[in-house]
Structure formats: C-alpha cells, structure tokens
Write a protein that binds this ligand. Structure first.
Ligand SMILES: [Zn+2]
Length: 170
C-alpha cells in the first residue's frame, strides 16, 4: 500500500512545531519604542552599518526582554557598509551603566544597508555572547525594512550557531 505513505508524511508535517517539543523556543521581546529606535538608528547611519546593544533581562523560560537600547559607534570606518565593531571600552561603559539600572546585556543589533537581514559568516565569527540575541535590520535605500533576530547558541567557538528566533514587539 504505497498510497498510505504520502498522507502519513503530510500529517507529520501538519503536526508542526515538533522540533520544539521539550525544548525552549527562543524569543526576543521588546517594546515598540525600542524596536523603532534600533530601526531608526539603521536609517540614520545609512549607507553605513549601525550597531548597538540591547539591555534588559533574561526570563526563566529563555525569553530575552529588552528594556532599553544603547547606540554604539561603529569603529569599522574602513568598511562600515558591511562590517561593524563596537569599541570594547564603549561596551564596558554601556554594560556598567545598564547594571546601575538593573539591566544586563541581552543582545546586540546592527544593520545591513541594501542587504538582506540574514547573518553573514563574519557576523557569526564575531558573535561571542552565548545566549544573547543578534538582531539584524535591513535598510533598503535608506528605509528600515525587515528586522530579524537570531540567538547565539552553543558552548564554544567551534559549535556556535546563530538560530532564528521570534521577535515579539509589544
Ligand atoms: Zn551583518
């Protein structure tokens, strides 16, 4: 009975979400104000990349909730249209100021001017904060377009991955 096979595999797919059984679905929550702020930043620095830091807290269910964003300067002035780097001293300052408000670093964002909002091999290579969100906004002809977020998973530099996660704008 070969007819049975297609409907069986179809019903498996219709089950949906089976990848997430017993695991935590990564998610980033942020306010409309913070969401708009990082997108506006990408428009402001166009045609160069913007970059910044997401501050907030990590919930027990793995959700990262953003309570503020901090703009950072892009130190990559040589090739700022496809590379970004936050000055380590600026990052330390942002982290300290966040802690004074009871906030932790929960992620980073940058823009892709006239480029899809997918992470590049450079983005992965330069991502080192496990369990944090990496948000990428595409900016098309100066206007913020699609915004995606990825969680950096893994335990070390060899097995790290950027995994799609949902963005919940409240
Ligand atoms: Zn990038």
């Amino acid at each position: 009975m070969t007819q049975g096979a297609p409907s069986f595999s179809r019903s498996l797919r219709e089950g949906g979400g089976s990848d997430f059984v017993g695991t935590i679905q990564p998610m980033l929550k942020l306010s409309r104000q913070d969401y708009d702020a990082l997108r506006r930043h990408g428009e402001k620095t166009y045609p160069h990349e913007c970059c910044g830091v997401l501050l907030g807290h990590m919930d027990d269910d793995g959700t990262r909730t953003v309570t503020s964003t901090a703009r950072a300067g892009n130190t990559r002035t040589d090739s700022a249209h496809n590379r970004y780097n936050i000055d380590p001293r600026e990052l330390v300052r942002i982290q300290r100021e966040g802690r004074e408000r009871g906030e932790d670093i929960v992620g980073f964002y940058h823009s892709h001017p006239d480029h899809p909002p997918r992470w590049s091999s450079t983005d992965l290579a330069e991502a080192h904060w496990f369990g944090c969100s990496y948000v990428i906004t595409s900016v098309e002809k100066g206007k913020a377009a699609i915004t995606n977020s990825f969680e950096l998973t893994g335990s070390d530099e060899n097995d790290k991955q950027l995994v799609d996660e949902m963005i919940d704008v409240a």
